[in-house]
Each structure stands twice: as C-alpha cells, then as structure tokens.
Design a binder for this molecule. Structure first.
Ligand code: SF4
Ligand code: SF4
Ligand code: FES
Length: 241
C-alpha cells in the first residue's frame, strides 16, 4: 500500500497539568520505509515540540519505544507505517503502566516485578566451570529460545491478568524467571520457584498467549509459564531440587 500522507491521532496527557486525556490529530507526509517512530519524531520536530515519547536505539534493541499502535502493543521503531495497511493511525501509551506524559509510560512497576524474581544468575560456589551446561545441549535448547527479552513491556501491556491484578508478576518477569530456574547451575532456583509459585505468580496466568502474540522478539512467555507451573507441582511433591 503506497501512501502520500497519514492521519495520525496521538494520545496526549500531562497528569500534572491536564484534567483529562485527549487525542490530537496530525497529518503527516509519508517517506519511504517510514516507521511509527519517524511519525512521532516528525510531529515533535515540525508540529508540536511538547509531544513526549521515549526511544533510544531505533533498531529494536533497547525496548524503550513500545507504544499501543492501532490497537496493539508494538515497538514504534520496528513498525513500518506501510505494514499497518491504513492511512488512519492511532498511537497511545502502553497499557497497564502509569503515564508520565503523552506516550511515555513509567516502567517502574514493570521493573519492580522484574526485580522480585532476582533476574540475575547466581552461581554455585562449588562450580568451578561456569559453562557446565554445553550451549548445544538439549537442556539449553528451550532456555535459549527465551533469552532475547529486551524488557520492552509489550507483553506486559497486552496481558489481561496484569490489567486486573496489579500484583501479578506478568509475562516478562516470569519468562526471565524460567530461564534461570531451568538452568541447573543456578544456586537459588528452588527459592526462585517458590517466589513464582505464590499467589501473584504463575497460577494467575490464563494461558491465552496474548503476550506471545505481541512480543517483538518472538518469545513465548506463556510456554515458560507453563514450564514453571509443572515445576511448581514437582516442587510440591518434593521432586524438584
Ligand atoms: S498468557 Fe498469561 S502472561 Fe501471557 S498475556 Fe495471557 S495471562 Fe498474561
Ligand atoms: S518477553 Fe517480549 S514483549 Fe515481553 S518484555 Fe521481553 S521482549 Fe518485550
Ligand atoms: S528505540 Fe530501541 S527498541 Fe525502539
């Protein structure tokens, strides 16, 4: 689909100044290979300098430009205007997070949950060789598929359980927890599993794959959560060590 211009509606809200949110409309000329990040940059550079949004790498690596674009969470820098198949584009902040201003959300609740699962590897002191599991072993196969999270929060914004239960750890943190729990070299995997098995953890997930559908890195947090559920049951029967 070749477009000359697009009609863009952008969510605007400054919690410190505005009584309520509004949408502002802009007509934006389309250039070749234009991404949604180029669209908001155009608006900020040429029409309204006060528009707030977040971005950094522009190549789908930093995860900072996640927005709610035409009804689903996406990375603004990796979403081509042409891929949306319409000249009418609505851009909103990522759902399930507080709004700092306009399209910039406060990622603090997301990272608070990330911290709860202790997202770092803890080595066993008796393990002298840190690469005790061969990278090409079957054991690593599944973990490897789930390692490329860029903490963009797209899955978090798509999760209906996060929307209804603010304590729920959410797909990204649980996915990260799984990559560590499945690694037998990790010294605190039993403790981690107990943490994700609590009331705000894996049992809240309804296995509907919304998170996987929107993940720009093609991760499937639902599968990691299913694996965690299995291990929680094994732990209950004393078979997970
Ligand atoms: S599958 Fe689970 S974690 Fe993923 S969006 Fe649904 S409820 Fe949330
Ligand atoms: S799992 Fe995917 S969607 Fe969720 S934060 Fe990581 S990269 Fe983003
Ligand atoms: S700006 Fe870094 S992922 Fe989009």
């Amino acid at each position: 689909m070749s477009l000359q211009e697009i009609n863009v509606k952008i969510f605007r809200y400054d919690p410190e100044a505005d009584v309520e949110p509004r949408f502002d409309s802009f007509t934006v000329p389309v250039i070749k290979n234009m991404a949604i990040l180029d669209v908001v940059m155009y608006v900020q550079n040429y029409v309204d300098k006060t528009l707030a949004f977040r971005c950094s790498c522009r190549i789908g690596m930093c995860g900072s430009c996640a927005m709610y674009i035409n009804g689903r969470p996406r990375l603004a820098c990796r979403t081509q205007v042409s891929s949306l198949g319409t000249p009418d584009i609505t851009i909103m902040p990522l759902p399930n997070l507080p709004i700092i201003r306009d399209l910039a959300t406060d990622m603090e609740p997301f990272f608070e949950k990330w911290k709860k699962i202790k997202p770092f590897y803890v080595g066993k002191s008796e393990l002298k060789d840190p690469v005790a599991i061969r990278p090409d072993s079957g054991e690593r196969e599944f973990i490897d598929q789930m390692l490329d999270c860029i903490t963009c929060g797209c899955c978090y914004g798509a999760c209906s359980m996060v929307a209804t239960n603010e304590e729920y750890l959410g797909p990204a943190a649980l996915n990260r927890a799984y990559t560590l729990i499945a690694d037998k070299r990790d010294a605190i995997r039993v403790e981690r599993l107990k943490a994700v098995g609590r009331s705000y953890g894996v049992w809240r997930c309804h296995d509907q794959f919304n998170c996987a559908e929107v993940c720009p890195k093609k991760l499937v947090p639902t599968k990691s959560i299913q694996q965690l559920k299995k291990r929680c049951v094994l732990q209950k029967f004393g078979v997970f060590k």
